[in-house]
Design a protein around this ligand. Structure first.
Ligand code: ARG
Length: 479
């Protein structure tokens, strides 16, 4: 058989005529058509949302007198049975039935007979899938928010523990000024807090129900869209049927929020990679989050951190994939939109794993306070403190004070010692009005203790920030 023959060969039964949409089709699709068209391999993950949506639709149809109560009861019982079969792994998903919607409906027909065919009154797969997917993404947002709250709790606990642990703060990855490790960790609490805020914000806009938009134009049946929206936990029905079936901005907002969050996780992961290196030794990870090398016995590699860093690429890729899939689509539904699910599933799975790994590493890491303290003073990191002292005590303009501090750095550099190792006599060569009090500001402890401005690194401020964060982030995120 040539390739061409193979790809145009008909798929296994059913033929067009027996398919759900097959009234005007004589033949079945080519095997390759079935492969490109079917989404059941991935959209089966929507089964719970699909059944929930169908039950809400069914109840509403009965309440509106569109569907007889007996048929409604049979449909509801049948749908419960289908859900059970899927949960028990007894359900035979069939690729020739394309997607989750038709797989569920076909099984419902086997179970309850003709009444199953009445469920699709006043709806279409277009509003059905849009509803299912919103429900799924809403759950994914809630799950991610819970996971991020757990990460914040881990960061806050460790920050509390290390509110007074000094380390070098960096700019350009050059030692800049001493900070406290607690302060550094609390920076990530803020970043993750905004990630949660973005998710909460996206959730608010997502929370409208497309069900009842039908194929694109609405329906002639007297449906009650407010009732289905309320039953499914939505704030309201979507206001425009064309929009309801054809936008996926809610998925894009989820993916963009996830991407930004992934970038945050990646930066922390990168810091863990740097901090655990032999050159830094600020932090150690346990056996639980590292691997060894098969050739170099001394190695302990921060693989989990590296993988959190790398997985960012997938999530950003997922966002890019869906943005591009959507950008050329005329209203309303196009089959392109079936490609919305895999990126969202992948991003949600990736984020779940990455957040859990990061939470584990933060809770697990051993902090080497000695190494941090030693590094905190290296590189003349308290030069700004002596400049500030000259401004405060001598009334010098800051630019001039900066010059004095610079000359002290030069002196220490020439001597091959730290700023705090200079004697007062040596310092007075640069500026005769310097005193012992000026020398005292050169210690890293006094440096961090002096940075008491709101949001600053002083241990007392960090402890306040910790207490405040525990209050702010204990409940669900507010946008
Ligand atoms: N599996 C489809 C999707 O995910 C369901 C909607 C199909 N609608 C249609 N008109 N072909 O998009």
């Amino acid at each position: 058989m040539s390739d061409e023959q193979k790809t145009s060969a008909p798929a296994a039964s059913p033929t067009g005529a027996s398919r759900m949409w097959g009234g005007r089709f004589a033949g079945g699709p080519a095997a390759i058509m079935q492969r490109i068209n079917a989404s059941i391999d991935f959209d089966r993950r929507l089964y719970a949302q699909d059944i929930r949506g169908s039950k809400a639709h069914c109840r509403m149809l009965v309440a509106q007198g569109v569907l007889a109560a007996e048929d409604g009861d049979a449909i509801l019982a049948g749908l419960d049975r289908v859900a059970q079969e899927i949960e028990r792994g007894e359900f035979a998903f069939r690729v020739e039935l394309e997607d989750i919607h038709m797989n569920v409906e076909a099984r419902l027909a086997e179970l309850i007979g003709d009444a199953a065919g009445r469920l699709h009154t006043a709806r279409s797969r277009n509003d059905q899938v849009a509803t299912d997917f919103r429900l799924w993404v809403r759950d994914a947002i809630d799950g991610m928010d819970r996971a991020l709250a757990g990460l914040q709790a881990a960061l806050i606990d460790r920050a509390d523990e290390h509110a007074g642990t000094v380390m070098p703060g960096f700019t350009h990855l050059q030692a800049a000024q001493p900070v406290t490790f607690g302060h550094h960790l609390m920076a990530y609490v803020e970043m993750v807090g905004r990630d949660r805020g973005r998710l909460a914000d996206a959730r608010r806009r997502l929370n409208e129900c497309p069900l009842g938009s039908a194929a694109l134009a609405g329906t002639s049946f007297p449906i009650d869209r407010h009732a289905t929206a309320a039953e499914l936990g939505f704030e309201r029905p979507t206001a425009n049927s064309l929009d309801g079936v054809s936008d996926r901005d809610f998925a894009l907002e989820f993916l963009s929020s996830a991407s930004i969050c992934a970038v945050h996780l990646s930066r922390l992961a990168e810091e863990l990679v740097v901090w655990t290196s032999a050159q830094f030794r600020f932090v150690g990870l346990s056996d639980a989050f590292t691997t060894g090398s098969s050739i170099m016995p001394q190695k302990r590699n921060p693989d989990a951190a590296e993988l959190v860093r790398a997985k960012t690429g997938r999530v950003i890729g997922d966002l890019a994939a869906l943005l591009v899939a959507m950008k050329g689509l005329p209203l309303a539904y196009s089959k392109d939109m079936q490609e919305d699910k895999e990126p969202v599933f992948e991003a949600a799975d990736t984020m779940e794993l990455a957040i859990a790994a990061m939470t584990g590493m933060v809770r697990d890491m051993r902090v080497n306070a000695q190494a941090m303290a030693a590094a905190a003073g290296a590189g003349f990191t308290t030069a700004t403190d002596i400049a500030d002292w000259c401004v405060r005590a001598l009334g010098m303009p800051f630019r001039q004070a900066h010059h004095v501090a610079g000359r002290l750095v030069k002196l220490a550099e020439d001597k091959g010692c730290g700023l705090e190792d200079l004697s007062l006599a040596e310092m007075r060569i640069v500026e005769p009005r310097l005193t012992d009090e000026a020398r005292a500001v050169l210690s890293v402890e006094s440096s961090v203790a002096s940075r008491t401005s709101f949001g600053g690194t002083a241990p007392e401020r960090v402890r306040e920030a910790v207490a405040d964060a525990r209050r702010r982030w204990s409940g669900p995120a507010a946008p």
